[in-house]
Design a binder for this molecule. Structure first.
Ligand SMILES: [Zn+2]
Length: 225
């Protein structure tokens, strides 16, 4: 019986939120997927102008507000989930198009580096976006070993944690016909995104695209960048 259920699950992915097997696509059933739209921006994407570059998010995520959105985000963080990331990347692209914001430049998607050095969900997200925007994935960032973090402010310490992969030592050259897009799943303080911006040499054309912007509680300053 257990094996039968496992076999069924392999063919009919149940909705991760309600368990329904009906019309499940990109982790959710149709009903839950419609409910998730409630957390999208009514005119397209959430757009934040709090850094020297624009930040775009498909959802605004307040973990205490929606179990549905939280479950979806957590599920997307497990494994590669390429099909699901493809679904959200397509949604992102449709919304950019609806906003008439289809970039004319060649886009280089730079995923947030994983701690393990292996491809993780940020890479899967970047890969899916690259497909929908005919761009290129440039996994040029790497996490540096945690040493020499003493001294300096939070921003300086964060910057020390990221570096350029030796294979991509040429990438920091600014180019007017390239749009650099830093990709992550969730943006919280934005400090990793800002570290990426600096490590890439503060390119003129730089944006941050994420699935969700996590709202900060406790009155923490948003300008922790
Ligand atoms: Zn459902």
């Amino acid at each position: 019986m257990k094996m039968m259920w496992q076999l069924l699950q392999a063919y009919f992915f149940p909705c991760l939120y309600c368990g329904s097997l009906q019309g499940t696509k990109a982790l959710l059933c149709e009903r839950c997927a419609r409910q998730l739209e409630y957390y999208e921006h009514e005119q397209g994407l959430f757009h934040y102008n709090e850094a020297p570059y624009p930040i775009f998010a498909l959802y605004e995520w307040n973990p205490g507000q929606s179990d549905l959105l939280s479950s979806t985000v957590l599920a997307l963080k497990q494994g590669q989930r390429r099909e699901a990331w493809n679904h959200y990347a397509q949604k992102f692209s449709q919304k950019r198009m609806a906003l008439n914001m289809t970039p004319s430049k060649k886009i280089r998607f730079v995923p947030a580096p994983s701690s393990s050095g292996h491809k993780d969900h940020a890479f899967a997200h970047a890969e899916a976006l690259a497909k929908h925007f005919s761009g290129e994935v440039v996994p040029c960032l790497k996490k540096l070993k945690k040493k020499s973090q003493r001294g300096g402010n939070r921003q300086q310490r964060q910057r020390l944690r990221l570096g350029l992969d030796e294979k991509y030592s040429e990438v920091s050259k600014d180019s007017t016909d390239t749009l650099w897009v830093f990709v992550d799943d969730i943006l919280t303080t934005g400090s990793t995104a800002h570290a990426a911006y600096e490590v890439l040499g503060s390119p003129t054309h730089f944006e941050v695209w994420v699935l969700g912007r996590r709202s900060l509680s406790c009155g923490a300053s948003r300008y922790l960048l």
